[in-house]
Ligand binder design. Structure first.
Ligand code: TRP
Length: 452
């Protein structure tokens, strides 16, 4: 790989780009329904603890590896240790599994833009039936999925992702402000205070190992960890950027947006549907609860439209970055040009995405591991492959390369690495042991041997 590496203009540029990749449907769509399912406050507590330990260690490692080697994931792992080049390939498989079903959800977002544009907002505000009918039909969700995927492919082929990124850099802060506004509004709806308590106060009786598994997989997903992405971002980072600060800022930003998204959705869910709504929350949560909130708001149909357009941009920047990762690797490894690579990826994504789209309707009877297709792909990438990548990364760094190499990279400008001791213990001992436990439990749970 000898193409010239462009680099970010400085710390702010790097943090914004990495945060832009991290913030997406993971924060807005996935975090709230998991938090609802896994006990609210206790899930959040576990998530934050994991972010400060695991997330911190893994993100520091990946970014430092990238900056040290100046290579993206396959090359970087190989440069550290020849025998670990296979790790790059496993990491690369994660975006391939994620992108198809990410586009299915992206399609749902497009559908809701259309819903608000055509003045159907009131019909969608029924708390679930509208969405259920849409999701279980055949042609409509497929069409929206293909549209979203095609948009992603067009941007990647045309190489205009910089343009989209510029737009979304402006829109991201607007999205955050809107989420704060919606959250505040939600808390004025009668009955939401109980939900707020559920969301913020940990109930330790709801704790179980599956809470930890779910929080961990969410952490990897949301921060784009354990798939080589942060290695690539690290390779674009200038040597004088403070990695400690950058990691902290990315984590705070990503977690902050997720917490706000939950705040906007969970208390409202509680007010509308009570306890029962929480336990039955699933992949449709964002599309069921929010339209109901907008339905009660003065000017709600405009707010709904603006909201889904902003979510669309957050999702599109993520899907572009996912596709770009797959395509650039394909171009490096084969003789295919950019257009052909995009076409191949597009077709593979259709093949893998169609089952996820139909899994709530006509293919609803096909249940791999007892899950619908979308949940199945989500499970394989986040609960199986990502913990494996994280585990092997820790073994590579902790036992082959040595944590010293990473710590030296972090403090190459004489910067003080405050959590160095925590970092070393995490990477060498704690993380590998926990990851093995989590992997075993996830797989047992996936196979239906233990129940949530
Ligand atoms: N972290 C992104 C989100 O929260 C999703 C994601 C996973 C992603 N892997 C990625 C985004 C790779 C860009 C690149 O939605």
């Amino acid at each position: 790989m000898n193409e010239k590496r462009s680099s970010f203009s400085g710390s702010i540029g790097f943090v914004l780009a990495a945060a832009g990749s991290a913030v997406g449907l993971g924060n807005l769509w996935r975090f709230p329904y998991l938090a609802a399912q896994y006990g609210g406050g206790i899930f959040i507590l576990v998530y934050i603890i994991l972010a400060l330990t695991f997330g911190f260690a893994l993100m520091t490692t990946e970014i430092a590896i990238g900056r040290k080697t100046g290579l993206s994931c396959i090359g970087a792992y190989k440069a550290l240790n020849k025998r670990f080049s296979f790790l790059g390939y496993i990491a690369w498989s994660v975006p391939i599994i994620i992108l198809p079903y990410y586009s299915v959800i992206g399609g749902w977002v497009c559908k809701y833009i259309a819903v608000y544009l055509t003045g159907q907002g009131a019909a969608a505000a029924d708390g679930g039936a509208f969405f259920g009918a849409f999701m279980s039909s055949t042609a409509a969700p497929l069409g929206w999925f293909l549209l979203f995927l095609a948009l992603t492919a067009v941007v990647v082929i045309a190489g205009v992702e910089k343009g989209v990124e510029k737009v979304s850099k402006v829109m991201m802060p607007v999205l955050v402000v809107l989420i704060v506004g919606i959250s505040v509004y939600v808390l004025t709806i009668p009955g939401t205070m109980e939900g707020l308590k559920y969301y913020l106060l940990p109930d330790f009786s709801k704790f179980s190992i599956t809470t930890v598994c779910a929080a961990m997989s969410q952490l990897f997903y949301s921060m784009s960890l354990a798939m080589g992405i942060m290695v690539t971002y690290g390779s674009y980072t200038r040597k004088d950027v403070s990695l400690v600060n950058a990691v902290n800022q990315i984590e705070i930003f990503d977690t902050g947006v997720a917490l706000l998204a939950g705040l906007m959705i969970i208390p409202a869910l509680f007010a509308f549907q009570g306890e029962e709504g929480l336990t039955s929350a699933g992949v449709g949560l964002m599309f069921q609860t929010l339209p109901a909130v907008f339905g009660q708001m003065p000017g709600g149909s405009v707010v709904g439209l603006v909201f889904f357009v902003l979510v669309f941009f957050a999702a599109l920047t993520s899907s572009i970055s996912l596709m770009e990762t797959i395509v650039s690797m394909l171009m490096d490894r084969t003789k295919l040009g950019r257009k052909m690579s995009c076409l191949v990826v597009f077709i593979v994504c259709i093949v893998l995405g169609v089952p996820s789209s139909l899994g709530f309707g006509v293919w609803g009877h096909i249940l791999p591991l007892g899950m619908d297709f979308l949940t199945f792909f989500d499970f394989i990438s986040n609960s199986v492959v990502m913990p494996i990548v994280a585990l092997i990364t820790c073994i590579l760094v902790g036992w082959f390369v040595g944590t010293k190499a990473i710590c030296d990279e972090v403090s190459r400008n004489g910067e003080h690495f405050g959590r160095k001791a925590l970092y070393e213990v995490m990477v060498k001992y704690l993380a590998p042991v926990c990851l093995v436990v989590i992997l075993v439990f996830s797989v047992l749970q996936g196979m239906g041997i233990i129940k949530v």
